[in-house]
Unconditional design. Structure first.
Length: 155
């Protein structure tokens, strides 16, 4: 019988250590998000990726942001109902009022196995004022250098 550790989980410390330009979240795929094949419906997958990009952009800039474009959407493998998806976003480019946020999603894996990447896309997010007009981004900290891309180098 394997005994699990009872050491306290210091998740607050781990959260505080997350770089300002990154965000990770998890999502359970539910039946209402599926298509007639019992897998994650494409528009639902885009919604998960887009929400993650929004959260990462808003967290990084600490300003309201809107989505201006999405590029390079890839559905790499089917995602079944009941799957636990881990989504990771990283701000990889910062302009005057816009930023590029790369997002990828992987299926949860059993201990000792590598998670399988199933979704990825790149989003252009724009900081806006109360009237929805673009405003300069004032991030809480600069992007780290050098900045590794979340998505593959082929783009």
């Amino acid at each position: 019988m394997t005994r699990l550790s009872h050491a306290p989980m210091d998740w607050i410390k781990a959260l505080a250590a997350t770089p300002a330009n990154e965000l990770t979240r998890s999502e359970l795929v539910l039946p209402h998000q599926s298509n007639h094949y019992g897998t994650l419906f494409g528009p639902e997958a885009l919604s998960l990726l887009g929400r993650t990009a929004y959260l990462a952009g808003a967290r990084f800039s600490r300003q309201p942001v809107v989505m201006a474009a999405v590029r390079g959407v890839e559905f790499l493998a089917p995602v079944g109902i009941g799957a636990l998806l881990h989504l990771h976003a990283r701000v990889v480019r910062l302009g005057r009022s816009s930023m590029t946020v790369d997002v990828r999603a992987a299926l949860d894996a059993a201990p000792g196995l590598k998670p399988q990447e199933v979704l990825r896309a790149s989003f252009e997010m724009v900081a806006v004022d109360a009237d929805g007009r673009p405003v300069p981004i004032e991030p809480r900290e600069p992007l780290p250098e050098p900045l590794p891309a979340v998505l593959d180098d082929a783009r």
